[in-house]
Design a protein. Structure first.
Length: 398
């Protein structure tokens, strides 16, 4: 047995022995975007802390800031075993996958020592303040202002879709520091803003599924230290775009752990074995089998894309294609997969959470509706398709 094989066996054994109860007596969220109750949040934060204390989170982050200082392959193995065993996700998604990698990439030494370890341990939860109610996907149209007043900035405005905003201690915030700038991009600045200051109000948003997790955050003369400005005034757009490369998976360096439930094609195959079509198992239907094979091909292709992207000879023609298309491919695959799962269920697909006759407690329709969140956050699928068209294929904007 090689060293990596032994490590995989060690991780699998630890996860089996330490995973929390799958039915804690309340509905578990499917991702950080559905965490809406204290019970859910505490269950998931406790799990993240246990994973971190065992040394299985942030394994490739530098030791001096709280990480493991190990080669990335070790974290990759942990992530794969978590997905295979379908253990709970870790809730500090924005800190682990977006804010943390950004701080490690361009933050000061003081910022790295202040934030990184507490991101990994879930002591400090992070949320994101990019989108606004009136600007949609146009981040440059942000109207939230940050006015310098001595050693502080005074914030006014609002941000929407600030997932985990009710539990967050910090927000990665894009705000306008120079409303009069000729170039609207140049008027934006980036903040690692504390949430526990007077003048910040967080309002939960109820989703179609009845769950919460999304919030709207209001700033009314909220004062934050000037030291929470990242970079310099006017550099907000550049830093926000760098953040989005982490959010969309185009740039590596994330801490690891699952960001949501790990259901995949194997779960839909099991559903097809149990479901019936014309009195026979649905999986015996050639059309069903064909669709399942197509989903398997997609899933395996996406899984191998990461390895392919690291081999220059395989991506020399379009080196940006894999990282730029990852978010679009992954989120749309998941949405279509769950839509297909509902079609296998027929009329039973309308049975919702709480229905005693619902398959897996109403998981499938809930998962289908929740899948739309990821096709919107981080840039809608339409925006992602434009990015691939313009930056990978070189197509004109018009």
């Amino acid at each position: 047995m090689t060293e990596l094989e032994a490590f995989r066996a060690e991780v699998a054994a630890w996860l089996e022995d330490n995973r929390p109860p799958p039915d804690p007596g309340f509905l578990l969220p499917e991702s950080f975007m559905e965490v809406g109750t204290d019970d859910q949040f505490n269950y998931l934060r406790d799990w993240q802390q246990r994973v971190f204390e065992a040394g299985y989170l942030g394994m490739a982050w530098p030791k001096e800031y709280g990480g493991g200082g190990q080669p990335q392959v070790y974290q990759d193995i942990v992530n794969a075993e978590m997905a295979r065993l379908q253990v709970p996700f870790v809730p500090n998604t924005i800190g682990l996958n977006w804010a943390g990698p950004l701080i490690l990439a361009i933050g000061t030494e003081a910022e790295k020592h202040k934030y990184i370890r507490r991101i990994l341990s879930a002591e400090d939860i992070w949320c994101q303040g990019f989108s606004e109610p009136n600007s949609g996907s146009d981040l440059a149209a942000a109207s939230t202002t940050a006015v310098r007043d001595g050693d502080e900035y005074v914030l006014n405005g609002s941000k929407i879709w600030t997932s985990l905003g009710g539990y967050a201690k910090y927000m990665i915030l894009l705000a306008k520091t120079n409303p009069d700038a000729e170039n609207r991009y140049a008027g934006l600045s980036y903040f690692l803003a504390p949430m526990d200051v007077p003048g910040i109000e967080v309002q939960p948003i109820r989703k179609l599924t009845g769950e919460y997790g999304f919030t709207q955050t209001f700033f009314t003369d909220a004062r934050v230290p000037a030291s929470c400005l990242m970079g310099k005034e006017g550099e907000g757009w550049r830093i926000a775009m760098q953040t989005l490369t982490f959010e969309r998976g185009a740039t590596g360096g994330q801490a690891g752990g699952l960001a949501g439930n790990a259901m995949g094609v194997a779960d839909v195959i099991e559903l097809a074995r149990r479901g019936k079509r014309d009195g026979k198992p649905a999986i015996e239907d050639p059309l069903v089998r064909d669709r399942l094979v197509q989903f398997l091909i997609e899933e395996q292709g996406d899984r191998l894309c990461g390895a392919r992207a690291r081999i220059p000879a395989l991506v020399s023609e379009r080196p940006a294609a894999i990282p730029m298309s990852g978010k679009l491919r992954g989120t749309e695959h998941r949405r279509r997969l769950f839509q297909f799962a509902l079609s296998l269920m027929g009329a039973n697909g309308i049975r919702w959470v709480g229905d005693a006759h619902a398959d897996r407690g109403g998981l499938w329709p809930r998962s289908y509706f929740n899948a739309f969140s990821a096709t919107i956050g981080g840039g809608t699928s339409q925006v992602q398709a434009n990015i691939v068209g313009e930056r990978v294929l070189g197509l004109p904007k018009d």
